[in-house]
Ligand binder design. Sequence first.
Ligand code: XUL
Ligand code: MN
Length: 343
Amino acid sequence: MSQFKFSAGPWNVHEGADAFGPKVRPSIPIAEKISTFKDIGLDAVQFHDDDAVPEMNNLSDKQIIETAKEMKNLLDSHDLAAEFVAPRLWEDSRTVDGAFTSNSKSDRDYAIWRAFRSIDIARALGTDKIVLWLAREGTLCYESKDPVEGPKHIIDAINKMLAYDQGIKILIETKPNEPIDRSYCPTMGHAMAVSSATNDPSRVGGLLETAHAVLAGLDPASEIAFALAFGKLWSVHLNDQNGLKYDQDKTFGVENLRQAFNQIRVLVDYNYGQNGEYIGLDVKAMRTQKVEVSYRHLENSMKIVKMLEAKAKKFDRDFQKKCVAARDYEALEMYVLELLMSS
Ligand code: XUL
Ligand code: MN
């Protein structure tokens, strides 16, 4: 029996388009995705604001809340929760130069409007978690923005969101690049620092995505551990990434099994989930995958998490202590590899 609850977003079942080719699979309506999420064993759904409320820019504040309530009814009918809502601050033409950190004041105002609506949507869906993936908060041309003002704009925006709703929590999803070249919030250390500079650090935490840590040249398990050390790991996006390439969102564990094991081990050791946190999967099916099997990457990721959870629970802590006492780390390392390769 797993200690974990799992979530995924509708974007994790996609049509296979990439930067160099069009869609290769038909679109699946969101209601069908949600129903299948339940069938494959997920407990919750992650939302971008406009996954829950399409075309929200053209709706009144009241209509946005009403539409979100319809989504809540759909979730309830499948006994699924909403994990979080993330404002989609990277597609509208007003976010072309960033959202909270745009050089244009009216663009920054639009970003705050969108962030407030995401909070309304989250409340209607029954969650208090808002994820900020700061997609375009940084620079394409380094000299185009003031690098000291950038982080201050982010802190300002978070303060406005905290004041708008005294009960919500903000989870900063760190990522060093893509679509931006240089991000203002690339690592968990940056997220924790931003948190400490806000008006209520107790309501600003982190979400660590495996692939994003790898893209920063960092170890995902250590990034997870760093946020845990601050009591601020409020979600994870487990997936995998083959080195410093484009953002791959591969099935969890398929590229670096030992690194995956150590992510699960630290989550097991620190009883992740005890406050209702989910293991979020932010995985994408390969472009080559056919539509009939376009949930397999989610099913496989969950299976691999559970298999590694069993390995983490089997991990012989007495043997570890002996190796540490003797400072025989070669023996410890071999033990870990044998544990992972044994049946
Ligand atoms: C982008 C990414 C997003 C966020 C949600 O790399 O991971 O899907 O998780 O906005
Ligand atoms: Mn993610």
